[in-house]
Design a protein. Structure first.
Length: 140
């Protein structure tokens, strides 16, 4: 697995529920933000992928909620990639508070969808290796 890429996020008031905790669905938004930030930083953002007729897809996501988040807390959202032999890969993400406490762990299975054929790309790591300007962000 690669060293995780990370982005800072501040919990905003409108993202919280009636108990004052970060709404559970927002954890997914933070994870998505970190994944797109990693893709963009590696030179494989949405414009580059669309120009190739490729779209990243999430096939499965699991979240472990460990510690609550509240308004104005500063967190970092990491994003590391784990590659196998097939058409899919795993994205391992951690949401960490400023004091180092892990708030959530998110594991997703993803792939790259050929938008014309409507099939997953056979070797996504090879696609990223060729397309990106910084494949190291993907552990390649």
């Amino acid at each position: 697995m690669s060293e995780p890429f990370s982005v800072p996020v501040t919990v905003r008031g409108y993202e919280t529920d009636s108990l004052g905790h970060l709404n559970q669905s927002v954890y997914l938004q933070y994870a998505e933000h970190a994944r797109w930030s990693a893709l963009t930083a590696a030179g494989a953002g949405q414009p580059e992928l669309m120009a190739q007729g490729i779209g990243p897809v999430v096939l499965e996501t699991t979240i472990r909620y460990l510690r609550e988040l509240r308004v104005d807390e500063e967190v970092t959202v990491s994003c590391g990639f784990e590659w196998g032999e097939g058409k899919t890969f795993r994205v391992l993400q951690t949401i960490t508070k400023a004091d180092g406490t892990v708030s959530a762990e998110i594991v997703s299975t993803g792939g790259l969808l050929d938008l014309q054929k409507r099939r997953l790309v056979t070797q996504p790591q090879e696609f990223f290796r060729k397309l990106t300007t910084n494949p190291g962000l993907f552990g390649l």
